[in-house]
Design a protein around this ligand. Structure first.
Ligand code: OSB
Ligand code: MG
Length: 370
């Protein structure tokens, strides 16, 4: 493929419901979409999963926009590639900015699948034609509202529920959900809100049979997570701490976690995500696909990633309707009453990207023609 054009669109979309975590509150998202087109007119789409603020990671929408506009687009435009994995090497001398890099690299994977006329998930080496969906439920104003949300999601069919916790809103939430739903596959995500001084709290959670506790400690730590994991029975799952394959190697060697959440943006794109999946599969560490409140483009990429063999646990990939009044792909992502997402069999992402809707929502654009 030779990239003839790369376009950036920033769309602004309101969430149907605010999403609250220990990091803050999200009511709307600015989503950067990358569109690549090759000389034959084939196209691919990628989504930058950076949030509006640098709270979950160092990246944020305005910073990603600049690094895309001033570095990544000029580097990639006009270049020829025999495989989309070559993008990772092209961007290698630029430190960090993984969500921005992933948006371009993933768009090129989509483009390559389009060129070959095959589903992207098959190009990736995926083996599932159906994936198990889970939900991530944000902090709610009251425990009763949380219980109602959980009940509603289970009623829709979701197979596993993750709830957000933060200091002061932790044990009581888990205790209440567990008491009401004794057999529910349940987990909690702290988004780095605790320290080793909170070890007694985590010891106390062992009795609730959580599938895992996600990212309890600092976003850039492995060592303290290893100390915590040695002291508790509940598996630790790392999210923020794993941004590249070497982190997965080190986390496993240290015993810092027993499960890893893989997010395409956080780890810098498919090449890195595939490597992490392989490392974990060979070490017997299950992985699952995390979410970043994606629009349809990012959501469709998450479905493709989730078809890989190592993704043996339900992820945070759920229906478009949980987030958006109207998604930017057609059809929107839906979930069966058994909590499953059928992987599309068509070429590329297997969904149509709704150009008209994207134009309507666009608040900023940039184009690198050649
Ligand atoms: O920690 O997994 C997280 C959303 C934004 C940033 C970080 C996280 C999340 C979620 C939501 O948990 C997952 C989703 O529903 O997309
Ligand atoms: Mg998380």
């Amino acid at each position: 493929m030779r990239l003839r054009t790369i376009d950036l669109h920033e769309i602004r979309v309101r969430l149907r419901h605010p999403f609250v975590t220990s990091l803050g509150r999200t009511e709307a998202r600015g989503v950067i979409l990358v569109r690549v087109e090759d000389e034959d007119g084939a196209e691919g789409w990628g989504e930058c999963t950076a949030d509006e603020n640098p709270f979950y990671s160092e990246e944020w929408v305005d910073g990603s926009w600049l690094v895309l506009r001033d570095y990544l687009l000029p580097l990639a435009a006009g270049k020829s590639f025999s495989h989309p994995s070559e993008l990772a090497g092209l961007f290698g001398h630029i430190r960090g900015h993984r969500m921005a890099k992933a948006a371009v690299e993933n768009a090129c994977w989509h483009l390559e699948a389009q060129r070959r006329g095959i589903p992207l998930w098959k190009l990736l080496g995926g083996t599932r034609d159906v994936i198990a969906a889970g939900v991530s439920i944000g902090l709610q104003p009251t425990i009763d509202e949380l219980l109602a949300k959980v009940e509603n999601e289970i009623g829709t069919g979701y197979r596993r529920v993750k709830i957000k916790i933060k200091p002061g809103s932790d044990r009581a939430l888990i205790e209440s959900v567990r008491a009401r739903f004794p057999d529910l596959p349940l987990m909690a995500d702290a988004n780095s809100a605790y320290t080793l001084a909170d070890t007694p709290l985590f010891e106390g959670l062992d009795q609730f049979g959580l599938m895992m506790i996600e990212q309890p400690l600092a976003h850039d730590d492995l060592f303290d997570h290893a100390t915590l994991q040695r002291g508790i029975a509940t598996p630790v799952c790392l999210d923020e701490s794993i941004v590249k394959p070497a982190d997965a190697v080190h986390a496993i060697a240290l015993g810092a976690c027993r499960i890893i959440n893989v997010k395409l943006g956080r780890v810098g794109g498919y090449t890195s995500a595939l490597e992490i999946e392989r490392i974990c599969r060979e070490a017997g560490v299950p992985v699952w696909c995390g979410g970043m409140l994606e629009s349809g483009v990012g959501r469709a990429h998450n479905i493709a990633l989730s078809t890989l063999e190592g993704f043996s646990l339900p992820g945070d990939v759920s229906a478009s309707a949980r987030y958006w009044e109207q998604d930017i792909i057609d059809p929107p992502v839906t979930v069966t009453s058994e909590g499953l997402i059928t992987v599309p069999s068509g070429p590329g992402l297997g969904f149509t990207v709704d150009r008209e809707r994207i134009e309507h929502l666009t608040v900023r654009r940039e184009s690198e023609p050649v």
